[in-house]
Design a binder for this molecule. Structure first.
Ligand SMILES: C[S@@+](CC[C@H](N)C(=O)[O-])C[C@H]1O[C@@H](n2cnc3c(N)ncnc32)[C@H](O)[C@@H]1O
Length: 295
């Protein structure tokens, strides 16, 4: 605002100076009287300043409105994606306590993709990093599949408790286990990460992982290292021959770089990207000619 005012004043003074020079030149040539013209000059200067100020104000208003409109469109885009996905997921969400999504949960369109992968692949063992609505959807689908167990880990004991309560409420406790896994510092290469301290016996009980859902831990703003990077190097050995890795939030620069790093660190993985609201990347092992991966 002060900047606008200063610019307007400068413009006014500039206009007055220019007008003054022209008028003085005119007066010197005897074309007009200086005394008669100065009020006109002042009016011109004030008008120029006003026009400039109005232009700035209108531009600011338009920028503001554009920003608000963009935010609204983004919200509508998210809502439409959510609803679209939830409609496709209806058979698995009707019984869920609402709201099932929103906030930090997988958006409806990403959850619908996850459901499709789970229905098609019928995994025997699923590991989920970051519990919530996705835990309940996965549990319902495993129940429908008639096979498969889900181990869901969460660093936040209150959040884990809440998910557990919903798991019990929906009668999914025989299919789903939610475990507390507080974050613990691990060092990979030269970088340290806060990573889930998953009880080893839980992973042993689960067996080779067919589906790994990477949706946690949350990215801490203060930490430039990618919070979810350790998932692949630390769990790689536990993945089954057919494993699929489902990465949520894949449209974020950090997640897409993470997938690129993973695939550059170990050859033999394909990644498919899906343009859902937050983006999804599905990583699968590249089929080797003549070798079946269905061990
Ligand atoms: C991205 S969320 C996981 C969401 C989960 N996979 C789902 O689809 O519902 C990652 C972690 O953030 C935490 N979290 C989830 N919702 C939250 C919320 N609304 N506010 C703060 N933390 C949340 C939980 O500890 C969760 O494990």
């Amino acid at each position: 605002m002060e900047q606008h005012l200063a610019r307007s004043l400068l413009l006014g003074v500039g206009a007055a100076a220019a007008g003054g020079s022209i008028t003085a030149a005119g007066a010197a040539l005897g074309l007009t009287s200086f005394e008669a013209v100065w009020p006109v000059l002042t009016t011109c200067a004030v008008a120029a300043a006003l026009v400039h100020n109005t232009k700035q104000a209108v531009t600011g208003l338009v920028d503001n409105r554009t920003h608000t409109l963009r935010n609204r469109i983004e919200r509508i885009r998210r809502d439409v994606g959510d609803v679209h996905g939830l409609v496709r997921l209806a058979p698995y969400t009707l019984e869920l306590p609402l709201p099932v999504g929103g906030g930090w949960a997988l958006t409806g369109d990403s959850a619908a993709l996850l459901a499709r992968e789970t229905l098609e692949r019928k995994p025997a063992a699923v590991l989920e990093l970051g519990s919530g609505a996705s835990t309940l959807i996965l549990g319902q689908i495993l129940r429908k599949n008639g096979r498969g167990r889900l181990l869901s880990v969460d660093h936040d004991p209150m959040w884990a408790d809440q998910t557990r309560r919903y798991v019990d409420l929906l009668g999914l406790a025989d299919v789903v286990t939610v475990v507390d896994a507080p974050l613990k510092s691990v060092t990979l290469g030269n970088q340290s990460y806060d990573w889930y301290d998953i009880p080893t016996h839980r992973l042993d009980e689960l067996g080779p992982i067919d589906l790994l859902l990477v949706d946690g831990p949350p990215q801490m703003r203060a930490n430039p290292a990618h919070a979810r990077y350790p998932a692949f190097p630390l769990l790689r050995e536990r993945l089954s021959a057919n494993a699929v890795i489902f990465v949520d939030d894949a449209s974020r620069a950090t997640e897409s770089r993470m997938v690129e790093t993973w695939t550059s660190e170990e050859a033999g993985w394909d990644s498919r990207w899906f343009d859902t609201i937050d983006g999804v990347c599905v990583m699968t092992k590249t089929p080797v000619a003549g070798v079946r991966n269905d061990a």
